[in-house]
Design a protein around this ligand. Sequence first.
Ligand code: NAP
Length: 338
Amino acid sequence: MSFARVGIVGLGLIGGSLAKLIREVFPETHIVGVSRNPFVRDTAVAEGTLSAASSDISALAEMDLVIVATPIDVIVDTVRQLQEILAPSALITDVASVKRDIVAALSASAKPSQKEGFSKGLRPLTPVSEAGVQGLASSTLFSGEASGVQGAKPLDHKNIFSEAEPREKALFIGGHPMAGKEVAGYAASEAAMFKGATYVLMPSEDPRRDTFRHWLLALGFRVVDMSPADHDQAVGLASHGPYLMACLTADVLLKSPYGESGKQLISSGFRDTTRVACSPTEWGTAVCLDNADAVLSFLKSVSADITTLSDLIASKDATALTSYFEAIAVQRRGLFPQ
Ligand code: NAP
């Protein structure tokens, strides 16, 4: 089961990697990317990853599926803009690392009242200067002009509904591919990053969820069904907490009076343990703020464990220490069987 026309908003690490994976597994798919960065648009079309690219979100009006792969704080607005232009039969999903607030915000607006169900057409968005690529990180999404779609026919406006026409909105279902790297941007993207990766999918009774689920399985993902609240708790333990531990571990060495000597001795253990401390700091800040409950509960649990471990070490009880480490090592080995 496939989607013939797939749009991707935000061609960074995740958006770019998904585009490359889709191109690899479903070569016939018409993939349109929306990026504020002209160099990325040119590159992605030239290398054949994208069928077409634009700086304008309205280029996605005829897509069957749109994946929003922007930073967390712009996902809700982007989905709402897409719901203004996509056909009601379309499906929108996101890849954000935190789900509860996004899904709640979009569920609240899912069933339009008669009043708000009238499309206002395309909302003009802050234009991005083609030259000002350096300023992109903090700028708003995309020009509202139906500007140059590279490699594609001009936008057909038949899906842009008139003021007077009440309409259902395209369906949103939240998702989260559980793979990544500590570097951002399209240049770092690769299909292989998702080999054997887990994809968390939020619930919906709509049959389009099954279609999307099968499509993800065909792409090679291991799909895990989870509610937004469970996802946020689980990802606090599996991803956000470990990011904080990596930061703390690196920080202890860097600010120690013995840090300079420590730096001379660091090797693969330190590198593996602290790798994710190099993740984009905007991402780190966003997950701490948007998943504060789970992250704080992780830190509380770590504080308690530090006390337990400190007491064990102070007691000089070698047997108890070994049992403590052994219990963890056995279970940790089971997480990644050889
Ligand atoms: P990224 O490499 O920085 O890509 C994000 C892309 O979004 C940028 O390349 C940019 O694309 C676009 N963008 C940036 N600021 C924007 C803004 N203000 N408005 C609109 N678009 C903007 O980051 P990423 O790692 O791919 O993360 C994207 C999403 O994936 C996030 O929601 C994150 O939580 C989620 N995620 C990340 C990982 C990970 O390990 N990195 C894993 C799973 C999920 P253009 O320049 O093309 O416009």
